[in-house]
Ligand binder design. Structure first.
Ligand SMILES: [Cu+2]
Length: 130
């Protein structure tokens, strides 16, 4: 009886915690470099449920994108950063950078640049959230 009451209380606490905005001030920075034709690192490892600021830096002269639709769809993206993600991708002109703060959800997600031929030339990777 006491045990089930404790479990019920814990359930209430966690559901109210879920309703709150994440504490964005705790976001850890993670830099991802884009170039012709690589992501560095090509495997981005994140912790599930921990806020992170992805700093996407395009070091190339040409434009690239960070396309990971399933990753962005599963994540909770900070409201002011949502506009950077269009159809599951963040576009970056030559020598531009963007920072996107989000809470990733556990999973293994495909990452690629969808510009013509770029993935075929090596611009692909993974986002691993565990
Ligand atoms: Cu590209």
């Amino acid at each position: 009886m006491r045990r089930s009451l404790a479990l019920a209380t814990a359930g209430l606490l966690s559901s109210s915690a879920l309703a709150q905005e994440p504490d964005w001030s705790t976001a850890q920075p993670v830099t991802v470099l884009l170039s012709s034709f690589d992501f560095a690192p090509a495997e981005i490892r994140l912790r599930a449920g921990r806020p992170v600021t992805l700093h996407l830096v395009n070091q190339g002269d040409g434009s690239h994108n960070f396309s990971a639709p399933e990753f962005f769809q599963a994540a909770t993206i900070r409201a002011e950063d949502r506009g950077y993600v269009f159809r599951g991708a963040v576009e970056l002109g030559g020598h531009r950078d963007k920072a996107i703060t989000l809470v990733p959800r556990r999973g293994v997600y495909k990452l690629r640049c969808t510009h013509t031929m770029h993935a075929m030339l090596g611009m692909k990777g993974w986002v691993v959230v565990d």
